[in-house]
Design a protein around this ligand. Structure first.
Ligand SMILES: CC(=O)N[C@H](C=O)[C@@H](O)[C@H](O)[C@H](O)CO
Ligand SMILES: CC(=O)C(=O)O
Length: 280
């Protein structure tokens, strides 16, 4: 079982869910995918069943099987495996959280419900709390992605007092371009050991300046190595090299016609090699 561990930091690849030409999940390539991330990209943390992984377009049983395959294949090779367990239904989200704990994942993340939505902080925190309580031994991350959920409660507001409500709260995955909100999250929680994981790859350098401790994103699947070099350049305060590296994800993002707000169908297909079907 996962132990509450060191803070998640550095790059986290948001994995795609490989599919066969018939639109079924292709579990057989996940082992190779792990090796590719570790060996070719130098990325040892993954975020499974998130936006890039089309988690919300998979069935619950598929989500469980995908999570299981990543954990099995990633054991002893990856550092941390975070499973996204957000869902429209609290009950399903709790089931996914329990399952993630059972299979030995290292953490769970949850987005805000996005059809019938929480209209204030308390409602959202209560939802998150009930999910977190289903996996009381697992670090919990809130996945803030307002452009896609439509839930615009500021992350800074959400974080205020969150540990009293959710004792396993360990960090934030912040997928929004509002660097003021992000910076305030960092500033107001300096005394806590939260992970501040930024999720707009094109803006990562700016987020590092604001205090990001790591990043979760789709581009780290193929720009992991370069982005690690950017992190190193930033560490040694070589900002002009860091800026050169940052140009890459921005270029790549344009090339595959992504927007910062949503990864298009074409972008996803291109990540999967151009022809792989999607679930939406
Ligand atoms: C909406 C979406 O998928 N966001 C991802 C993570 O949150 C990012 O990694 C983007 O894919 C990336 O920044 C490219 O636009
Ligand atoms: C990028 C990211 O974190 C996701 O695909 O969920």
């Amino acid at each position: 079982m996962a132990s509450p561990k060191r803070r998640l930091q550095g790059l986290v690849a948001a994995t795609i869910t490989p599919m066969t030409e018939h639109g079924e999940i292709n579990f057989s390539v996940i082992g190779q995918y792990v090796d590719y991330l570790v060996e070719e990209q130098g990325v040892k943390n993954i975020f499974v069943n998130g936006t890039t992984g089309e988690g919300l377009s998979l069935s619950i049983s598929e989500r469980c099987r995908v999570a299981e395959e990543w954990v099995t294949r990633g054991r002893n090779k990856l550092d941390q495996i975070v499973i996204h367990v957000g869902a429209l239904s609290l009950k399903e989200s709790q089931e996914l959280a329990q399952h993630a704990a059972k299979i030995g994942a290292d953490g769970i993340a949850v987005i805000a419900p996005f059809f019938l939505k929480p209209w204030n902080k308390d409602i959202l925190v209560n939802f998150l709390k009930e999910v977190a309580a289903a996996a009381p031994a697992l670090p919990f991350y809130y996945y803030h992605i307002p452009a896609l959920t439509g839930v615009k409660i500021r992350a800074e507001e959400l974080l205020d007092g969150i540990q009293e409500k959710i004792p396993t709260f360990q960090g934030l995955k912040f997928s929004d371009t509002d660097l003021l909100d992000f910076g305030q999250c960092v500033d107001q929680n300096r005394q806590r050991q939260f992970a501040f994981l930024f999720g707009v790859d094109e803006q990562l350098l700016s987020a590092l300046v604001m205090g990001a401790t790591g990043a979760v994103g789709s581009t780290y699947n193929y720009l992991g190595k370069k982005t690690n070099q950017m992190l190193e350049a930033f560490e040694r305060k070589d900002f002009s090299s860091a800026l050169n590296y940052q140009e890459d994800p921005r270029g790549a993002a344009v090339n595959v016609s992504w927007s910062t707000a949503s990864l298009s169908r074409e972008g996803r297909a291109s990540l999967k090699g151009g022809t792989s079907p999607s679930r939406w």
